[in-house]
Design a binder for this molecule. Structure first.
Ligand code: PAF
Length: 285
């Protein structure tokens, strides 16, 4: 049976108890509105850890003033049931005042990796993410924390933060979970109208096409960039935010295709801003 707690003390007590029983703790940080993408993170944690905590917290610090904080879907009852089905042991769902009892004066800011892509489009977003994830790490003290490859820049930021600040845990990145037609699962997909849901497939299509160019030997990053851009721009319902080929660790545009490169795209469909990515690894000769 999954247990639901709302306070920092309760989650700390529960994890300490699990640890006394010799169990390894896995944390899946989420903002709720859970879908099967989150499900695959919980399942990975379940396979690898004896005690699985899912945090559900819509973090105000990572939303810009004009973003969707107020209307972000909040479906706690359903989410807790879903966590139970996926085999989680504990759901930690704090109120804002539990996480931020007074306005924060301390923030975690990961530089450079956050200058590009979503960091450029959403100023302050990754500072909010890194700060809340640090707090969650200090509250839950997990052995392993699970993040999705769909949010590749977020995963890179967290990995770097863990390394730079010596958090004693491992970051696991779980492959993107897709709908049968290829759309990457996201809590924001529920904002899409029927027409925009269909149009949003252009993100997946653009990435697949670019992967195919790379697989057939194309090695000019600018050709890949313009392919991604023109494919998305050809969809009348899409408003392109970015399309790029970057280094998967630094998130900086690459000048050459060598080793691993990450193809990244973001676009608006109506009010919903969706992102997606694919990793291309140049076979070692
Ligand atoms: O990916 C998310 O849902 C959020 O950014 C996270 C990691 C839970 C931090 O609020």
């Amino acid at each position: 049976m999954v247990q639901l707690v709302h306070t920092i003390k309760a989650v700390r007590d529960a994890v300490a108890d699990a640890r006394r029983r010799g169990l390894k703790a896995g944390l899946v940080p989420t903002m709720g509105a859970l879908h099967d993408g989150h499900g695959s993170l919980i399942e990975a944690a379940r396979r690898e850890c004896g005690y699985v905590v899912v945090s559900i917290f819509v973090n105000p610090l990572q939303f810009g003033p004009t973003e969707d904080y107020d209307r972000y879907p909040r479906t706690l009852e359903r989410d807790v049931a879903y966590c139970g089905e996926k085999g989680a042991d504990l759901v930690f769902a704090p109120e804002v005042r539990e996480m931020y009892p007074s306005p924060s004066l301390t923030f975690v800011s990961v530089e450079k990796i956050t200058d590009t892509l979503c960091g450029a489009s959403r100023p302050g977003h990754f500072r909010g993410v890194a700060t809340v994830v640090s707090k969650l790490f200090n509250i839950v003290l997990p052995d392993v924390a699970y993040f999705g490859q769909k949010d590749a820049q977020q995963a890179a930021v967290i990995k770097r933060m863990v390394s730079d600040l010596n958090f004693p845990l491992t970051v696991a990145v779980v492959p993107t979970f897709r709908e049968p037609d290829g759309l990457a699962m996201s809590s924001r997909n529920r904002y899409l109208s029927k027409e925009d849901r269909q149009a949003a497939l252009v993100l997946y299509r653009s990435l697949q096409g670019a992967m195919s160019l790379l697989e057939h030997g194309e090695r000019r990053p600018d050709v890949i960039r313009s392919y991604l851009r023109s494919t998305i721009e050809a969809e009348p319902r899409a408003r392109l935010d970015y399309a790029d080929v970057v280094d998967p660790e630094t998130m900086q545009p690459v000048t050459e295709i060598e080793g691993d490169v990450l193809l990244v795209v973001a676009a608006y469909f109506g009010e919903a801003r969706l992102i997606d990515n694919m990793l291309f690894s140049l076979p070692v000769r």
